[in-house]
Ligand binder design. Structure first.
Ligand SMILES: O=C(CO)COP(=O)(O)O
Length: 249
């Protein structure tokens, strides 16, 4: 049985003062039946892990380099994240694919490094508006999945997040049928490649998940949770999303 997971992606938001949002999650943060992860900017990973004490598995980074160390100014290694207390890392987010020209091949190399380091990779993929309009969604996400995941992906080291680009930060959300169709296609591809282990890999939905639509999304077929952007920044928004996931069990 896959454990449900809700992950918050703070993107380039958050300073020390915002750690109070994590403390304010209080009871929701203690949700015993679902996994909760927050991925703050790299500058806050260590402080957030410290603030959470023994609950370190609940912090993640937003990117890591494919190499262990070296002359890569401005980059951060998987080991650095891990040492700072992170146990997860988001890889291949569409904003990095767009802003930093990350290809599937680069995402796969980063994911391999995350695995080698012992981090669970949250690998993101999703189509653009134009690709959906052109009826290419399933082909696009299948190609991204094949290209971005290295061999050896397991339920313990990999989470896949389906994030349609047109739904990110727009308030637009695909229908449950549209999410279900993509998740089903992804699950089939995972089974073809990883056999029984595929059933342990969690599939998250991401893109404009809010307190008022979370319960409906979590009721969708093969939705193991969500990757939440804007609504993960405030405890008053994130907390009801966590509760909605718990209530879906
Ligand atoms: O990109 C996202 C999470 O990684 C989704 O962002 P929003 O929830 O702000 O749409």
């Amino acid at each position: 049985m896959r454990r449900k997971l809700v992950a918050g992606n703070w993107k380039m938001n958050g300073t020390n003062a915002d750690l109070k949002e994590i403390e304010a999650l209080g009871i929701a943060w203690a949700a015993p039946r679902v996994d909760i992860v927050v991925c703050p900017p790299a500058t806050l990973v260590s402080r957030m892990a410290f603030a959470l004490g023994g609950q370190r598995s609940r912090v993640g980074g937003q990117d890591c380099h494919a190499e262990a160390s070296g002359a890569h100014t401005g980059d951060i290694s998987a080991e650095m994240l891990k040492e700072s207390g992170a146990r997860y890392v988001i890889l291949g987010h569409s904003e990095r694919r767009a802003d930093h020209h990350e290809t599937d091949e680069m995402v796969r190399a980063k994911t391999e490094m995350a695995h080698k380091t012992g981090l669970t990779a949250i690998v993101c993929l999703g189509e653009t508006d134009a690709q959906r309009e052109a009826g290419e969604t399933l082909d696009i996400v299948a190609a991204q999945l094949a290209g971005s995941l290295p061999d050896g992906a397991t339920g313990a080291n990999t989470v896949v997040a389906y994030e349609p680009i047109w739904a990110i930060g727009t308030g637009k959300v695909p229908s449950l049928e549209q999410i279900g169709e993509v998740h089903e296609a992804l699950r089939t591809k995972l089974r073809e490649r990883f056999g029984d282990e595929a059933d342990a890999i969690r599939l998250l939905y991401g893109g404009s998940v809010k307190p008022d639509n979370a319960a409906e999304i979590f009721g969708g077929a093969d939705v193991d949770g969500a990757l939440v952007g804007g609504a993960s920044l405030k405890s008053t928004d994130f907390s009801p999303i966590i509760s909605a996931l718990e209530s879906s069990l």
